[in-house]
Design a protein around this ligand. Structure first.
Ligand SMILES: Nc1ncnc2c1ncn2[C@@H]1O[C@H](COP(=O)(O)OP(=O)(O)OP(=O)(O)O)[C@@H](O)[C@H]1O
Ligand SMILES: Nc1ncnc2c1ncn2[C@@H]1O[C@H](COP(=O)(O)OP(=O)(O)OP(=O)(O)O)[C@@H](O)[C@H]1O
Ligand SMILES: [Mg+2]
Ligand SMILES: [Mg+2]
Lengths: 268, 268
């Protein structure tokens, strides 16, 4: 079957894209099939995985999946990494917000597309037992694109930067998740919160970590992602950190996070 | 008169709020009256300037200004810093997006509110010659809130992080600025692009800086803002960096940026 995780936080620059790319790669590295859905019109996850911007390189894209003119299976593209594919995004995705807001479309086509994809995977599974993970990289907003992701997801994975403003938007995010659970998707829960850009030398990091663990307890993964310049460099080579520098702290942290995510999934 | 700058970039976490707060403070420090408009439902600029979250501490807020139930003059609150005030934001601002998108309101109330404010300033100026700067802190999205800011602004100030994804969203931002100029606000231009979180020790910083200066030339300010942990700490004390640690590199950079902004304004 499918297991869909929305990687979401409306605070900008907290490591959503970096987590979708590298957690996705780490899950694939331990044998789990993964599809990343790039739901940000900036298309950072697509670029970070080396998908070009030429005329057809991103077609069909997430836009066509939301407009229901292409299926997930048609839009998912190989990344060169075994078991990892991505449904890429282009700037055209920006237009959908206006279309949905004006009420022209069913607002939740991503949910339907994933249900169809699950059936497709099932039919082609040839007895493959492994769960396919779908990681949805959300834009920094609680807009109609992120609501689509929350309505389609089984759970939410929330990256939180170890910086002062980290806690500010959390109440809004939790309220939005609860709204979507009540109205659209009764199964939706927070799988976990991952601390990112953690810097042991920095007092602010420890303050934020203490606050976040006090407030959210068990929800916060034991694994945190250290601030590591190799992680920031890797997308410029179109590669996840595990390929760019698999020995560095960033890679080890994402491999650890992958095993913690799998463990939590198994406990459900 | 008024001079309105929208601090905008849909890429998240690039230093929009940090620049609005600290450039605003630096302009006030050299005798220019400044009003910051917090246009982000997360309210980071309001929190970073020490505005509490108690029941009335942020009322009226930016929401009431957009709904035209309060004027800018009524909503602008003192910050404790001479010549610097802020129109604060609350999470309720999120609801406006749905209201605007559904076509219930004139889409550009911020522009009207600022025209009215300019008249108000003029009437109360008692011969004060100085221009009042209005800095609008935009959310990380090209949504109806940011379009409001662009329709109300004289120019745009674009913070760009010295990281790989920095250039990715630029084309979309420039296209949106051009669209707003053609349809709504013929005077709109880019005042400048400021490089943020610049780290001399980091190869990626130099690569990005070279790319950005090649692509945008004169538009890029000579001043860049260094990555400096004191800058990240200051909002946790509800203070701008100039008050928290006026000797540090971050403070000096924002003071330099303020003089460069003023110089550009004078050349117009
Ligand atoms: N562990 C890390 N160490 C160092 N840099 C990092 C780390 N994680 C992310 N970054 C860098 O920080 C910046 C922000 O990360 P990223 O773009 O993944 O955040 P985001 O939440 O997806 O942003 P947006 O809100 O714009 O979608 C990027 O330049 C990225 O390379
Ligand atoms: N020069 C700097 N040195 C160190 N840290 C910085 C600097 N500028 C900003 N920061 C930190 O980086 C983070 C992102 O900055 P900020 O919140 O201002 O960006 P933003 O563009 O307003 O984000 P959003 O897209 O969510 O509105 C914050 O935690 C801030 O404290
Ligand atoms: Mg992202
Ligand atoms: Mg901000």
């Amino acid at each position: 079957g499918l297991r869909v995780l929305a990687v979401a936080n409306q605070k900008g620059g907290v490591g959503k894209t970096t987590t979708a790319i590298n957690l996705g790669t780490a899950l694939a590295a331990v044998g789990r099939p993964v599809v990343i859905v790039d739901l940000d019109p900036q298309g950072n996850a697509s670029t970070g995985l080396g998908i070009g911007k030429g005329p057809d390189e991103r077609s069909p894209s997430t836009l066509e999946v939301l407009l229901e003119t292409a299926s997930m299976a048609q839009a998912a593209k190989p990344t060169g990494i075994p078991l990892l594919s991505i449904v890429p995004a282009t700037g055209d995705l920006m237009g959908i917000e206006r279309e949905f807001a004006a009420g022209q479309h069913k607002v939740y086509p991503l949910r339907n597309a994933l249900i169809e994809y699950a059936a497709h995977q099932q039919a082609n599974a040839e007895g493959q037992a492994k769960t396919t993970y779908v990681l949805i990289d959300c834009p920094p907003s609680l807009n109609v694109l992120t609501i689509n992701a929350l309505s389609a997801a089984d759970a939410v994975l929330v990256p939180m930067q170890c910086e002062f403003f980290a806690m500010e938007g959390l109440a809004q995010l939790v309220k939005t998740i609860n709204d979507v659970r009540d109205r659209l998707n009764p199964a939706l829960s927070i799988q976990g919160v991952v601390l990112t850009m953690h810097d042991k030398r920095n007092r602010l990091t420890h303050e934020v970590e203490e606050n976040v663990r006090d407030a959210l307890g068990e929800k916060v993964y034991a694994t945190y992602i250290p601030r590591n310049v190799r992680v920031a460099e890797s997308p410029s080579f179109g590669k996840p950190i595990l390929l760019y520098d698999h020995q560095c702290e960033g890679s080890r942290a994402y491999i650890e996070l992958a095993s913690e995510v799998i463990k939590r999934e198994q406990q459900l």
